[in-house]
Structures are given as structure tokens and as C-alpha cells.
Ligand binder design. Sequence first.
Ligand code: F6P
Length: 359
Amino acid sequence: MKKIGILTSGGDCQGLNAAIRGVAKSLYEEFEDDIEIYGIRNGYAGLIYGDIKKMTKSDFSGILTLGGTILGTSRQPFKMMRVIDEKDQIDKIKNMKDNYRKWDFDCIVVLGGNGTHKTANLLSEEGLNVVSLPKTIDNDVWGTDMTFGFQSACDIATEVIDCIHTTATSHGRIFIVEVMGHKVGWLTLHAGIAGGADVILLPEIPYDIEKLVALINKRESAGKNFSILAVAEGAISRQEAAMKKKELKALRASQSYPSVAYKVADELSKHVDNEVRVTVPGHFQRGGSPCAYDRVLCTRFGAAAAKLIKNGKYGNMVGLQNNRIVPVPLSEVAGKLKKIPVDCDLIDTAREVGISFGD
Ligand code: F6P
């Protein structure tokens, strides 16, 4: 009888339940029901504090389309993992190892993004059997072409840009739609292209406000009185990109914009005639049902995780590379960030259809 724990960690996204279901259903098949699956509540917190419960087959039914995660999630910063809590004197790593042994797990399946993978690798190095799946709307996990959640979030961000288009044209306004994505611009790039944005600002390509103003004025002269800017939450100007981290932090604190879109709006409105408006869909992008693509991807990832466990191939993340499901060692994934290569063909394509990156 195998005993497998499963947890979801970090920011939620669409497809977590579809992936949990994929793992569980495939495990029951692979082991012909000679298996017990345990839900670890609220990410690594559940493993630290022993908030763990035995699941039954029926727990995994009817959740394919459900948003969020039936297991709950939390952020447990990696940099704090080795720090002993002053208040309750808890050694998190020791607790996780103790609980793993206490519950007699053969393996834990971890669903998460970048931070989650650093801890997954640490636990693997500490001798626990770990298999992971890459989830995040940011698509920034190294070692996989695609994370689940990304396509669903992309559909939502695209729909926001679509809706903004009609009101922008009616009023002749400049609209800035701020798209999530943390330190990378995948979501903004894809949603911006899909939604027909005129400008896309990414963390990977620092923008020049003068270039943006020139572009908007050029559009006006050509009779287009509106412009749509898809701006990644991590977008950065050329001046900011040239600054030291500390300097930039101090500048941002002194400016006190709620987020980058408001900064770009403020900069633009000083130089253009049209009204500028900001839309920040925020966590809306992470909610609701997974799209069909993500449901399929989660099912593929889940089945592959079960196969890795069956074959005892621990210490791996399940990844998608060139449309093939592959195991990727956790040690290769941990601590890396998958940014957009600025010379990639999607950036070229965007430029070829006249989208500006403000550079
Ligand atoms: O990593 C997913 C993500 O939604 C990022 O795009 C965003 O920067 C961050 O999480 C928001 O974090 P929180 O949900 O903790 O506010």
C-alpha cells in the first residue's frame, strides 16, 4: 500500500483542482486502488503543522471545472524556510520531515510555481520523495514551455482588453490595462497580441515614455483617436532599469502610485491630449474555471506525475517541452526564472504587425 500526500502552494490559479484530480485518478489506476491519498492543507503550512487528512475517491470527483483549490493554499516564503520562528520556536524543515515520516508517506506531490519549487527541491535534497507540477498564471517556471493556469488567465486578460477596446473607441481615450505576471511578461505579451493592443510594455523590454508619446501622436495623426496599452505589472522604464535596486525602491516609495499602470498613465497624460484611463483586472485573472487547454494540460501533467511515482522517479517536476511531457530534475528548476527571450519569434511577430514595446 502506497501513501501519497498532495499539496497546492503559492498563489492559486485555474486548473489546480483539475491537476489534483488528474494525479489522484491516475494514481488509483496505476496502483489498482492499492493506494491512500492524503490532502495536505494550505500548502507547506499543512506539512509544517500537520494539517493533513485522508482523502477518498469521491473527493476527486466533480472538481475538473472547479476554480481555486480544494486543498487550500498559502505562501510560505522560501527565504524563511530555514529561519526558526521566534514566537513558537518552530523549525519548519524539521517539522515537514517529521510529519512526512509520521504520516508514513512514500512521496508528496507538490503543485506550485517558482517559490514552491525552491522548497520542493530543498525537501528532495533533505531526503523526501517529491514529484511536482508547474502551476502559475505567470508561465515563468523554468523547464516547462507551459504552466497550467496560464492559458485560462490569458483568456480572461484578453477579454478585458476586448471589452476595453469598445469603450476606448467610443470615447477616443487612451486605456492602460495592467496585466499580472509578476517579474515576467508572458501573460501581457500573449493577451496583448490576442486582444490587439497597440502597445505592450514588458519587464523584459524597458520602455521609453517619449517613444510612447510619439506613437500615440502618430496614431492620432493617422485618425486613430484611441490607443490600448497592455502593461505588465512588472513593466519598467529605461531610467528605472538603469537604477540600482535600492534606488529604484526609494523612487517608487516616493512616488506612491498604486501600481505601474498609474505611473504610465500619469507620465502619458502630461504629454497627450486624450484622456487616459487605467483598468486593473488583478486577481480576476486567476479566478473561475480552467479553459479547455488547461484541463487537458492538467490531466496530462497529473497522469505523468502518477507514472513517475509508479516508477519511483522522484525528485522531478513534470514539464512540457516541444509538446512532449518530460521529467525535469527539481535541482534544475529551482531558483531559475523563465523570462521572455527578447529575440523570440513572438516578439518579432508583434513588431511585424506594428505593436510597439515602447523601446
Ligand atoms: O504568481 C501569480 C500572481 O498572480 C502574480 O501574477 C502576482 O504578481 C502575484 O501572484 C500576486 O500575489 P498575491 O496573490 O499574493 O497578491
